[in-house]
Design a protein around this ligand. Structure first.
Ligand SMILES: C[S@@+](CC[C@H](N)C(=O)[O-])C[C@H]1O[C@@H](n2cnc3c(N)ncnc32)[C@H](O)[C@@H]1O
Length: 317
């Protein structure tokens, strides 16, 4: 990443954080990973997003518990945990386990400790360099983090290496982009959300290209898990379905999300769509995202799983 020309994607800094952003960029060069995000500034946004996704994560955790039935779950890692919402839900789902949130950001880990009132342990790790320091686990979860590492296949192989015999790796990447507005929202040309998705794909691709040591791979997660030496255990998708009318926290989340889109996609979207984003961001207008009665939130979390050989299953238990 020699130039600062690539565009922002979903999880980068907010408007007005150029100094922090430049600092993070320099940090990325020093540490060999894509720190071109101000994760600390994003903490509240990541937290609200994960809270919105709680029903899906809870459903996924229940499914993982079923897959692990018969395997004692004593240690769980959430790799790239962010502020620890998911780690907290894993702690609820696996009450007998030590649950450890792993992230490069000490500020986010601090949030994880506070949120969970100490139930979740934390470990700071700069990946991929620190994969070897994570210890072993019966269940490893990683949500929306692997795509920030240059060599995604190598990352899966390293995570596979942390699994105890019979352990399970669960990777939540992609799923479906969120929908929150009608096709025709009464402002601008119908189909805004589809155009936002297309813009996001462009920005995401540029982000991937800019990650240091990026390796292109066909993002067939079950095949990648198999190439990591694991036995694919199935893929499932969990719905997040919040119909209109939305409550205030969900609206505030969408307001921040749309502000980020406005900043990130400024040179991808046309002027008409940018004007619609401005109208949606108007905090006073009845057509703004904070007031309109038709705003909803619909998305889906896809989780790919794979097992390490050995353990109770292999013993025929
Ligand atoms: C998009 S957030 C996902 C947070 C959480 N897993 C979730 O799904 O809500 C990505 C997280 O990965 C962490 N991360 C990104 N690159 C990392 C790296 N090289 N080493 C360790 N953590 C990293 C970031 O600090 C951030 O918390």
């Amino acid at each position: 990443m020699t130039q600062h020309t690539h565009r922002d994607h979903d999880h980068r800094g907010h408007p007005g954080e150029n100094h922090a952003h430049a600092h993070a960029h320099q940090h990325a060069h020093q540490h060999g990973h894509d720190a071109d995000f101000d994760w600390e500034a994003l903490s509240g946004h990541l937290e609200r997003e994960a809270e919105l996704h709680t029903p899906a994560v809870t459903g996924a955790a229940r499914w993982l518990g079923g897959l692990l039935d018969g395997t004692p779950v004593r240690r769980v890692l959430d790799v790239g945990s962010g502020p620890g919402v998911v780690a907290g839900l894993l702690a609820e789902a696996f009450p007998a386990a030590e649950v450890v949130a792993v992230d490069q950001s000490e500020a986010l880990l601090e949030r994880a400790r506070t949120r969970s009132a100490g139930r979740v342990g934390t470990r700071r790790a700069d990946l991929p360099a620190d994969f070897g320091t994570l210890g072993t686990a019966d269940l490893v979860w990683s949500g929306n983090a692997i795509h920030h590492l240059g060599d995604q296949q190598a990352a899966l192989t390293a995570l596979a290496g942390t699994l105890r015999p019979g352990g399970l790796l669960a990777v939540a990447e992609r799923g479906l982009p969120a929908r929150y507005l009608p096709r025709d929202l009464g402002l601008g040309r119908p189909g805004l959300q589809a155009r936002l998705d297309a813009a996001h794909e462009e920005v995401f691709a540029a982000m991937r290209e800019s990650v240091p040591d990026a390796v292109a791979v066909v993002e067939d997660w079950p095949a990648m898990l198999a190439a990591a030496g694991l036995v694919p255990g199935g893929t499932r998708t969990f719905l997040v379905d919040r119909p209109a009318p939305l409550d205030a926290p969900a609206r505030e989340f969408l307001h921040v999300q749309l502000s980020r889109r406005r900043e990130q996609f400024g040179d991808v979207l046309d002027e008409d769509d940018l004007a619609v984003l401005d109208a949606l961001l108007d905090r006073e207008a009845p057509t703004g995202i904070l007031a309109r009665p038709d705003a909803f939130y619909l998305t889906a979390l896809t989780v790919h799983t794979a097992r390490a050989a050995g353990g109770a299953d292999a013993a025929g238990a």
